[in-house]
Design a protein around this ligand. Structure first.
Ligand code: CTP
Ligand code: MG
Length: 453
């Protein structure tokens, strides 16, 4: 039997350093509570088998509601926490019966923990009994005494800032907490301190991430809001395109550039592919045309599994001098077109539990002069994907936004002239990334496609 891996999420703090009506883990950012964002990561991570929650008794019912509403399947226990983080952690660890299991103890208020960190912690436990996550300190760390005078300045290159999760073999961390429980005054803010204090073994350090911040002060809430807005993920690598065989793939914007490359790549992997564009008289600006296109495919195939919308235009120029009709066209093709396709696809994708990708651009994070309209339609696409992903989640439909770096497409050459092609992504690289995304479990994400991928 493979060992079980359990995430223990500590959410029993009062959040006194942030002035608010509820503890910080229940504050909403990017539409959801911090607690939900954090549980989501562990719920979706394929290497986590079970989640145990430790919560503040007063807010237990909110925690229960959150778990029911999100249909989290991995949460097995909700425990009442203690007066300190250490006590909450001890309560959680104590509820795990299997001493050979692995446990990852994580702060509920670190919603940006990545799958990479989680997976490396779990992997390191094959060799070590205890694992911490830390990042180098950019600041020089000083230690002070009770009179507020410096008493030591350790060498910066040995200074790391601890994050969570901290991961342990259950038996080992249980023993640490049992020893700590016998002491009167014990002042630790994390679990690894106990392993160190009682010399229970070497603690391996996994590389953390700058963005794996702990929400502690109100400023962190603003930062977290921005981080969520800009959060993107890499192309899911472990997906085999053989999964496309016999699947029906529909591409809007199929006549050239990335759209054409997706058609070609999907055909190569034996999907049944249908491409639409102005060339076969399907203008995404028209809901009727989009509906007809999808109906025709469905009549022939009796299913539609994956849809990509690459139709888009970029018109450069200052707003002041641009023609109103031309601006409206750009908005309609880039934005309304995607809305139309998403809306018209829902019934088909409900049946197939399929997926859809739209296209954004790196300019979504900040408007660009001379293409303010284009960049704002691309920001709109990201918001559309995030909102629609939540609406469609229960139907089993996944929707994501591809965010390719500069790509060697006709659209790019028309607007930016000839650029050295070795600095540009090739349309078929973007096509492969798109097809992998369509086959993945991801939803509501912005997928960065970089030339390294
Ligand atoms: N925590 C806990 N039980 C406690 C104290 C803290 O489960 N008695 C959890 C918090 O909910 C948080 C994590 O430990 O997820 C990290 O602690 P911290 O940032 O200190 O959170 P709070 O204790 O809630 O905040 P503060 O110290 O500002 O009151
Ligand atoms: Mg605290």
């Amino acid at each position: 039997m493979p060992r079980r891996t359990i995430a223990l999420i500590l959410a029993a703090g009062a959040g006194e350093r942030i002035d608010s009506h509820v503890p910080k883990q229940f504050l909403k950012i990017a539409g959801r509570t911090l607690l939900e964002h954090t549980i989501d990561v562990f719920e979706k991570n394929g290497n986590i088998d079970e989640i145990i929650m430790v919560t503040n008794p007063e807010f237990r019912s909110i925690t229960e509601e959150i778990i029911v509403k999100n249909k989290y399947k991995k949460v097995t226990k909700i425990l009442n926490g203690g007066a300190t983080r250490r006590e909450s952690s001890a309560i959680g660890v104590g509820a795990i019966d299997d001493d050979s299991a692995k446990v990852l103890i994580h702060d509920a208020v670190r919603p940006f923990v990545s799958d990479r960190i989680i997976d490396e912690c779990i992997g390191a436990l094959d060799k070590y009994d205890a694992v911490d996550v830390a990042i180098p300190s950019p600041d020089t760390i000083i230690t002070i005494n009770n009179s507020n005078l410096i008493d030591n300045i350790p060498m910066r290159r040995y200074m790391m800032r601890g994050q969570t999760p901290q991961a342990f073999k259950v038996g080992v961390i249980k023993k640490a907490h049992a020893l700590a429980a016998k002491e009167k005054n014990i002042d630790v803010t994390d679990d690894c301190s106990l392993i160190l204090k009682y010399k229970l073994g070497g603690i391996f350090v996994v590389k953390g991430e700058e963005q794996n911040i702990k929400i502690t002060y109100s400023e962190d809430l603003h930062l977290a809001d921005k981080l969520f807005q800009l959060k993107s993920v890499n192309v899911p690598e472990r997906i085999h395109l053989s999964g496309l065989k016999g699947k029906v793939v529909v591409v809007f914007g199929a006549s050239r550039g990335i759209g054409k490359a997706i058609v070609d790549a999907a055909k190569q992997h034996e999907a049944r592919v249908y491409g639409f564009s102005l060339e076969n008289n399907i203008d995404v600006r028209s809901m009727d045309k989009v509906r007809v296109a999808l109906e025709d495919v469905y009549k022939k195939e009796k299913q539609i599994n994956h849809i990509a919308v690459t139709a888009g235009i970029l018109r450069m120029g200052k707003l002041e001098s641009r023609d109103v009709k031309d601006i409206a066209d750009e908005i309609d093709i880039n934005y309304l077109g995607s809305v139309n396709v998403v809306k018209a696809s829902i019934d088909y994708l409900k049946k197939s539990k399929g997926s859809i990708v739209l296209f954004t651009s790196s300019s979504y994070t900040r408007g660009r002069s001379l293409y303010s309209v284009y960049s704002s339609t691309k920001a709109a696409i990201v918001n559309l994907v995030q909102g629609a992903a939540e609406e469609l989640y229960d139907d089993g439909i996944r929707i994501n936004a591809m965010n390719p770096e500069r790509t060697a497409t006709p659209m790019r050459f028309e607007n930016f002239g000839k650029e050295p092609t070795e600095t540009l992504l090739k349309p078929d690289q973007v096509a492969i990334a798109t097809l992998k995304t369509l086959l993945s479990n991801l939803t509501g994400e912005v997928i960065d496609v970089k030339s390294g991928n």
